[in-house]
Design a protein around this ligand. Structure first.
Ligand code: ATP
Ligand code: MG
Length: 260
């Protein structure tokens, strides 16, 4: 099982869109995929049509004293091999609980350990805040994927996110590779091109040498959560996400080869 955390401390950079697009892509390639919505705002959960009320079973139940099992919380989707775990609004109150309930930082790692080999890939859609939920996801992850908008202000957020990943890597004493995915890119603007270059200069091979274009068609929940072949949704964004997935899989294969 491979665990990817899709994370950035900055909001609105395409984390949820990336989680859906990569998850859909992996499932279409035949992998058993579980998406886990860690954001109390629950955008991913809503994308699959699950309402806030009545409160669904979901991620919060993994933090109980007698935690639920991941496969029991998983909901099937229209896409074969693709399931997800819903987020609930009270996830936002977990931070407070963590002060009095020790051990919550490893709740997701423990849930994955109990799930064994039920999935080939687990993707965490992180909230845009550095808190208990993001730390849980990073602690459990084999790979952090940081979607980053190609605009100058995003570079600060990216630096912060890389520092956070390094901190987790040091504390858990296990490598935590980072891949940076430029998103919402407008190649017609000078700012977009300059920011992409600045990102590549600062982070080298960790940055994909391509970018997900700003393409409103890929945001269509239709395109990302339904099973029809991607060809039916001809947005440039979806084919860019296919290339991004090729790159991520190649990056992991190379890392595995080097470690062997
Ligand atoms: N490549 C893209 N082209 C055009 N619009 C996009 C693209 N990627 C995402 N969007 C849109 O931008 C908005 C933010 O995207 P998304 O929700 O994926 O970001 P996020 O990082 O998960 O946000 P949050 O921090 O609020 O969770 C959404 O309205 C989404 O539909
Ligand atoms: Mg989101």
């Amino acid at each position: 099982m491979r665990v990817w955390a899709i994370a950035n401390q900055k909001g609105g950079v395409g984390k949820t869109t990336t989680t859906l697009a990569l998850g859909r892509g992996l499932a279409m390639r035949g992998f058993r995929v579980l998406l886990v919505d860690l954001d109390p705002h629950a955008s991913l959960t809503r994308a699959f049509g699950v309402p806030a009320e009545p409160q669904p079973a979901g991620v919060l139940d993994l933090f109980d004293e007698n935690p639920a099992e991941l496969p029991r919380l998983a909901r099937a989707t229209e896409i074969e091999n693709l399931a997800f775990v819903a987020a609930q609004t009270p996830l936002a109150t977990l931070e407070r609980r963590s002060a009095t309930q020790p051990g919550l930082g490893l709740a997701l790692s423990n849930a994955l350990a109990r799930a064994g080999a039920a999935y080939d890939y687990v993707l965490f859609d992180c909230p845009p805040t550095l808190g208990l939920l993001m730390v849980n996801a990073l602690a459990a992850a084999d790979h952090v994927i940081i979607p980053t908008q190609t605009e100058p202000l995003a570079l600060h957020g990216l630096k912060g996110m890389c520092r956070t990943s390094e901190m987790i890597e040091r504390s858990r004493r296990r490598a935590l590779p980072v891949s940076i995915l430029p998103t919402l890119h407008d190649k017609r603007t000078r700012t977009g091109a300059d920011t992409l270059k600045a990102m590549q200069d600062a982070h080298g091979d960790a940055v994909w040498n391509d970018a997900i274009p700003n393409d409103t068609r890929i945001c269509s929940v239709e395109a990302l959560t339904h099973s029809a072949p991607a060809a039916q949704y001809p947005g440039r964004g979806l084919s860019a996400y296919r290339r991004a997935l090729d790159w991520l899989l190649l990056t992991e294969a190379r890392a595995t080869e080097q470690a062997a």
